[in-house]
Design a protein around this ligand. Structure first.
Ligand SMILES: Cc1cc2nc3c(=O)[nH]c(=O)nc-3n(C[C@H](O)[C@H](O)[C@H](O)COP(=O)(O)O)c2cc1C
Length: 292
């Protein structure tokens, strides 16, 4: 996750037995290299890097990932074909984030290792006409012969059990880890996630870069601009640059983008990454036992 998943969070998640991902979308190539080396120094466990393909520096970031022999890459926000052959030639496991059956089928045709199936509940950038996880997971599971990693709305073991019952092989967790001790997000951002309720997020800027945000002054301005029929150029001008950094990393709760998922209403504490992983596994087991 941009501005959230630096080496501390990624290494702690991996060390706890899950798979930590570094968020390359908010890093210049040499900063990413430094974070990769710090993860390697902090844990022997596997880890990965997320490459959001919409950012201009991604070709240079890809070179760093290959030079540093990162074992796993999750690409997102673009066509996986742009990086698939380079990753395959480098022996790197390639997973791509999708929000529709057709996109998952393309990943299967490209020979990717797995897909992340992201529902519209998820925090951060999202599909403009998104489908909920409950509907999307089984459709993608039935459509492709690949492991499906469910994302969107999963913050505890009950949701993990539900995703696995729908046929997913694993889950990807965003907002829950964004509000953790090791997250590099600003304390004000973490408090905003903890304080948000079940109806406090919105999918904004659908015609520009659809993104799920906690409803703050900026999100309200974006919604009003969309509702009044402003053009894509006007909306781009309203968005400007650096809103994600302002909201997530610098804690500007008024004018920044507070990217978070609908599940933020369930989150009311700031635990360590290790205890999030442990609680999810324990909660998953007890959810299975509690099924009638
Ligand atoms: C603050 C924040 C930043 C995110 N940044 C990225 C990103 O850079 N790349 C990406 O593929 N997904 C990103 N995501 C989405 C997450 O990787 C994950 O798929 C999503 O949060 C899962 O849904 P959840 O928030 O309901 O757990 C981000 C999510 C959040 C909350």
């Amino acid at each position: 996750m941009i501005w959230v998943s630096g080496w501390r969070l990624a290494a702690s998640v991996s060390q706890a037995g899950a798979l930590g991902l570094l968020g390359a979308g908010s890093m210049q190539p040499e900063l990413l290299r430094a974070h990769i080396r710090k993860v390697k120094a902090a844990t022997q466990c596997p880890f990965g890097v997320n490459l959001p393909l919409l950012y201009p520096q991604m070709q240079d970031v890809l070179d760093v990932v290959i030079e540093e022999q990162v074992p796993i890459v999750f690409s997102s926000a673009g066509s996986p074909a742009a990086v698939a052959s380079a990753l395959r030639d480098a022996g790197i496991i390639h997973v791509h984030v999708v929000a529709a059956v057709r996109q998952a089928e393309k990943c299967a045709a490209l020979g990717l290792a797995a897909v992340v199936c992201e529902g519209v509940e998820a925090g951060g950038h999202n599909a403009p006409q998104g489908t909920t996880s409950l509907c999307l997971i089984p459709q993608i599971v039935d459509a492709v012969d690949l492991p499906v990693i469910a994302a969107g709305g999963i913050a505890d073991g009950r949701a993990m059990a539900a995703a696995l019952a729908l046929g997913a092989s694993a889950v990807q967790v965003g907002t829950r880890f964004a509000a953790s001790v090791e997250s590099s997000a600003h304390p004000a951002y973490k408090d905003a996630v903890v304080n948000a309720g079940d109806r406090d997020t919105v999918l904004a800027l659908s015609s520009v870069t659809p993104v799920r945000l906690i409803k703050n002054a900026f999100a309200q301005r974006a919604l009003a601009a969309e509702a009044s029929g402003q053009s894509v150029e006007q909306l781009r001008a309203l968005l400007g640059r650096g809103r994600g950094r302002a909201g997530i990393f610098c804690g500007d709760l008024e004018n920044g983008e507070i990217e978070a998922g609908q599940i933020c209403g369930l989150i009311d504490d700031l635990p360590s990454a290790e205890s999030i992983v442990k609680n999810m596994v324990a909660g998953y087991r007890s959810a299975r036992r509690a099924l009638p």
